[in-house]
Design a binder for this molecule. Sequence first.
Ligand SMILES: Cc1cc2nc3c(=O)[nH]c(=O)nc-3n(C[C@H](O)[C@H](O)[C@H](O)COP(=O)(O)O)c2cc1C
Length: 342
Amino acid sequence: MTASFYTDAPYPHKLSVAPMMDWTDRHFRYFLRLISKRSYLFTEMVTTGALLYGDAERYLRYNAQEHPLALQLGGSDPKALALSAKMAEDYGYDEVNLNVGCPSDRVQNGRFGACLMAEPEHVGACLAAMAASVRIPVTVKCRIGIDDMEGYAPFQNFINVVTDTSPCRIFTIHARKAWLKGLSPKENRDIPPLHYDYPHRLKQERPDLTVILNGGLLTLEQSSPHLEALDGVMIGRAAYQDPWIFAEADQKIYGDTTALPDRHHIAAQMADYADRQMQQGVPLQSITRHLMGLFNGLKGARAWRRHLSEHAGKTGAGPGIILDAADKVAPDQAPSLKRAEA
Ligand SMILES: Cc1cc2nc3c(=O)[nH]c(=O)nc-3n(C[C@H](O)[C@H](O)[C@H](O)COP(=O)(O)O)c2cc1C
């Protein structure tokens, strides 16, 4: 067995933005990176089929500024996963992560995602094949169970089998079960109850593992108690809907002393980015759709959203739309860290 990852140094990624299909594309990641330089970013899930038989460049390309950046794979064929992991490494990704948490029917039909929770030996075989083909960390994002896996023991067994059969030691745990029959993917993110005690117990029992908690976290404040006991936290929906919650992440989570970002400045940077992307044929709306939450909580936030929604799709619309929309918002109030220093 090859050496496990991050055994010599603490896991560096205390705060990450979850992989989210249709949401965490390269445009959103570029935007989030302007808000936080240090937070760890994940791609949307990319299937091995899309990489091996589709337009790999389309799925793998990213902006250099997005680092540190992990690619999430969906698949269950060890050979295909190994080849895809190698492509991720060759493209310069910092980590390759296996999706063992998605409950959608499409994914179940392909026999991957959350249904793999029932096949820990196979997950181990997949991870072992991936790890044998790359030097970057190979990691898992999983649930705490599916369907009739009741209680902590089946989850513990899943982890134990995976770590017995592969070198993977880094687990991001969406701390609720997935019910594969009867709930939609959206319901599966809300209805099964959260069990934060599972990842915490796992870390206590297996301090050799890197354990990252995901599910239901809305703010950095809610995340910090978990960071005292665990290696990291991952935030999904809140990061997308209210990205400014990451504005103080570099200072509060990583102890940086750099200046806090400014929202109007970020809007201007996104206008420059949109300009460059549009020259490569990217529609303006593909970028503006991710920016809606930037000014949440400020006077004029609704006018910002409305202006973007109404104008970005119009023929001839250019990146100036973003600047015009930002003009409708009152200047940024000093973020709390600045206020504290005043
Ligand atoms: C729109 C959307 C798409 C998602 N796509 C993925 C995905 O591609 N891979 C994955 O592992 N999880 C996916 N998830 C689940 C999130 O990564 C995360 O585990 C879940 O939303 C719980 O975290 P949260 O409560 O912080 O949002 C998705 C979630 C949403 C809302």
